[in-house]
Design a protein. Sequence first.
Length: 368
Amino acid sequence: MVSRIIPVLDERHLLHASVLPVPVTGKLVDQLGRPLRDLRISVTDRCNFRCSYCMPKEVFDKDHQYLPHTSLLSFEEITRVATQFVAHGVRKIRLTGGEPLLRKHLELLIAQLATLRTPDGMPLDLTLTTNGSLLARKAKALKEAGLNRVTVSLDGLDDAIFRQMNDVDFPVADVLAGIEAAKAAGLTDIKVNMVVKRGTNEQEIVPMARYFRGTGVSLRFIEYMDVGATNGWCMDEVLPSAQVIDMLQAEWPLEPLEAAAPGETAQRWAYADGSGEVGVISSVTQAFCRDCNRIRLSTEGKIFLCLFAHQGHDLREVLRRGADDAELSNAIGNIWQGRSDRYSELRASLPAGSPSGERRVEMSYIGG
């Protein structure tokens, strides 16, 4: 049988080559008509957890070489890039990692980003995804700097299971304390993301829902994804989101909700008694490429157009050779206008066991 390869935007144009001027209208769209709305910025490639689906200890061991500090974009460089993205249509910025709270003085970056305004004068939706390990001590400073929201990754309430999944023996109680600190600091619309891995933590689905139901915290169940090449992903370990909803429906009546915004990744369900909502993110079984409006900036300044990409566009080189804002804006505009990525849709069309092409970038490098 002839194998099929999933193309993930193999052509990467050299950004120092001449690019066509792109008008700054705030309405930039890609090859499939998708607008640019969501910028995800990885501020560090370091993490203090070793979750098997992201940074397995067998690969990211004590001898792993992280990026030197000089390779990382400075806060001023990040803000300069973000300013051009906002001019082109970005409305939401999410800070990721690695573990973003390991980046020293992150509040300074948040304060800079909090001053940005959309072309129609609106503040950005500024949020952050964290494993929660440092949130209890940092939540107040993050809020005061201008952070709006926070999403916490938590893969179970059972302490033994959670310690097994983070693989550094970190207790679940400390993450829960971080969530409470975020609420006390005034961070709103707090979300908790649980990656569901069949055979590992699916028994935590109902207890997690029971714990957060009625608390004002929105819980999201995420299908175990084939991001990168180090997590040993196989389809047998994916628990389809439809089964997650069936498990929850067996406990509590649920009602489907409409998407809160175009391009929303989660399918949301409300508890019929009004005690909150849950959501599922189904990038494996129900691709949402059609509405994807997200772009990712890596720690060292590379732009990735898809979570499953294997190469990026180097904006750091543009920044550090002295390009002016117009050149930077045109580079960003040309990158997005050339985008045609739809990996998850193509993956779903392949026979089981088909190869997926070149080695993809790791989640720990560009964030989720």
